[in-house]
Each structure stands twice: as C-alpha cells, then as structure tokens.
Design a protein around this ligand. Structure first.
Ligand SMILES: Cc1cc2nc3c(=O)[nH]c(=O)nc-3n(C[C@H](O)[C@H](O)[C@H](O)COP(=O)(O)OP(=O)(O)OC[C@H]3O[C@@H](n4cnc5c(N)ncnc54)[C@H](O)[C@@H]3O)c2cc1C
Length: 310
C-alpha cells in the first residue's frame, strides 16, 4: 500500500484514524487508511489506484451527513477537508474547492456583496458534500447557483459538468448517480447589497438555532421529505418526539433529527432509524427514506430500509 502511494506528494495519509472525531454524529469506528488530497489531480490518482487495485474506497467531506459503522471503514477513505479548501471570488462568481466549508463560502459571498447563497448559511459541511447532495434550505438549493463542477469518475479520470449536466433533483445529482467525486466548482451569484445579505443570513441562522437541536450531535434531517408530508411531523405524530434509546434518540426540539446525546454506538443510532421507520410505516403507511448516508462496514448489522447504498 505504502509503495503504491510513494510517488504522490500531494496527499496526507493517516492510518487507523477515528471517524467518530470526524463526524457530526460522533460515532463509528476507525478508517483503515485516511487520505487527504491537496489537489484534484492527487485525488484522481488515489481513485485510479483504488480502482485498479480493487481497494475499497469511501469519499468523505466534513462528516455532517453520514453515520459510520462501528466496524469502521475498510480500505481507503478519501477526505476533502482543510487540505483542499481554496476559495476565491471573481466578479459575481465563487471558485471553490471541494473541502471549503459551506459557512466559509457564505462568508466569502457576503464579504464580496454577492447574493444567492444566503439559504445555505448555517448548513454545516463541505461544498463537495453539498454539491453531491444538492443541499438546500429555505426554498434555496445549490442547483440554482452551480454552473460548472469538476469531478473524478470511478476510474480516476477528471472531467467537468456544466448546467443541466449536474442532473439535480431533490437530494439527487449526477454525482450520486455515477458515484463521481466532486473536486471543485463555480457558483454564479448576483451583485447585491451587504446591508441586506448579512441580516438575511443572520435571520436564517436564528431560525435554525430556534428550531434545530444544534447543541446535540446529529447529521441533520434523518429522513428525506416524503412527497406530500413532512418527515418531522409524521415522526412527531407517531409519538416519537423525544424517544430515547440509551444515549441516543429522536430530538425533542425537532422530531426530524436523530441525535446522539452521549457515546452511543453507531448500531444504537441505527436502531433509532429502524424504530422511526417502522412506527411511521405502521401508523401512516409512509415509507421514510433516510437522507443520511450510512458508510463503512455494516455487514451483519440490521439496517434501516433503503439505507444501503448501491
Ligand atoms: C445540524 C445539521 C443541519 C443540517 N441542515 C441541512 C440543511 O438545511 N439542508 C441540507 O441539505 N443539509 C443539511 N444538513 C446535512 C449536511 O450538512 C449537508 O448534506 C452537507 O452538504 C454535507 O456535507 P459534508 O461535507 O459534511 O458531507 P459528508 O457528511 O462528509 O458526506 C455526505 C455524503 O456526500 C459524499 N461526499 C462528501 N464529499 C464529497 C465529494 N467531494 N464528492 C462526492 N461526494 C462527496 C459522502 O460520500 C457522503 O455520501 C445538516 C446537517 C446537520 C448536522
């Protein structure tokens, strides 16, 4: 393994790294090999080598939308964080590497009097994760502002998609469909007024603080919004608001959030997902689909329905 990577200068490698430290859920086992690329080309090399050598590969950003298995992540985890986080504003566009925090992108937009990214203020995580998930809030989503994105395909080849080629839908994208890795993007914003941008961002941040359990460990909305319903309301109406299972459960503040109150294992958190899904299905006939991604080695564990990835 070490020999394979010795020619790659633009990566940091760690072994047996705890993923609980890198995820907002604060749960899950270690990753066998954690690689942080500094450039898109280095990321492409790692992906190509894993593909050629049949080494399991997982992609991670800032860990705000994943639950890692207790057995950890076998093979390589390619993590886009601070080592690949260059950002720049040019005219009314933002140029962002995958590891840039969404909050940093919002601050950059506001500093440059650019409007259009206010909806994302308060969404944790990286630009790469946001582009894959088409992250959104308050009637806005990345789909509306992304014009061009660089990616690496499963074989390790770099390419670009533009406009409609992103194939965006509600938590859907070409990156999910093809298992492509985002390396950098260009956002198209509009010239605005800082005296309007900052208050709107502050307003969204206040709404989040009031309605979401930001003080607890979670990965955001546990389930996608089912057509015609709100997941949080269904969960609440099923009597599960505040439900506890050991040191995790359903938030009392927002029933759409599953939270880790202490040192819950990933398998216990998974049990809460299963409980919620089963109860809502029993009571209302609605099959909730998890929004959170379950990564790592879940073999032999009970899984929430449709929680397994392709
Ligand atoms: C308190 C809280 C509130 C939240 N509110 C919202 C909200 O309002 N709206 C919303 O949409 N989301 C929300 N989220 C979810 C999350 O913040 C977003 O989905 C975020 O964009 C994920 O980014 P990340 O870097 O943390 O991704 P990770 O959690 O690291 O990864 C998420 C998925 O994206 C993949 N991925 C990560 N980086 C890349 C990359 N560079 N290329 C390809 N795939 C990649 C991973 O493999 C994984 O499948 C919230 C989360 C929390 C904890």
């Amino acid at each position: 393994m070490i020999k394979l990577f010795e020619h790659l200068e633009d990566i940091d490698i760690h072994t047996d790294h705890s993923m609980a430290e890198h995820t907002y859920f604060r749960a899950g086992g270690p990753t066998e090999i954690l690689i942080e690329p500094h450039t898109a080309e280095a990321a492409a090399d790692v992906i190509a080598i894993c593909h050629e050598q049949n080494i399991p590969l997982e992609i991670m950003g800032r860990g705000s939308n994943v639950l890692v298995a207790d057995k950890g992540i076998p093979g390589v985890t390619l993590m886009f964080g601070g080592k690949m986080a260059k950002s720049a504003a040019c005219g009314d566009q933002l140029f962002l590497e995958a590891g840039v925090r969404i909050s940093e992108a919002c601050a950059l937009a506001a500093r440059n009097s650019l409007t259009g990214l206010e909806f994302a203020c308060g969404i944790p995580g990286s630009i790469g994760g946001a582009l894959r998930m088409n992250a959104g809030a308050y009637d806005g989503c990345f789909e509306n502002i992304v014009i061009r994105t660089q990616y690496v395909d499963r074989e390790g080849t770099l390419g670009w998609v533009e406009g409609a080629e992103h194939e965006y839908g509600y938590r859907e994208s070409v990156f999910i469909k093809n298992c492509w890795t985002v390396t950098q993007t260009v956002l198209q914003l509009k010239k605005g007024d800082r005296s309007e941008i900052y208050p709107l961002m502050a307003e969204y941040a206040r709404k989040r603080r009031e309605s979401q359990p930001l003080e607890e460990a979670s990965a955001g909305s546990a389930f996608k919004r089912p057509s015609g319903y709100y997941a949080g309301k269904l969960i609440s109406d099923a009597g599960l608001r505040g439900y506890r299972l050991g040191s995790c459960g359903v938030s009392g503040k927002h029933a759409g959030f599953i939270v880790n109150y202490g040192k819950a294992k990933a398998s216990e958190i998974m049990s809460v997902f299963i409980k919620v899904q089963d109860e809502v299905k029993d009571k209302f006939g609605v099959d909730l689909e998890p929004e959170i991604q379950f990564i790592g080695d879940w073999s032999g564990e009970r899984m929430v329905r449709t929680g397994k990835r392709p």
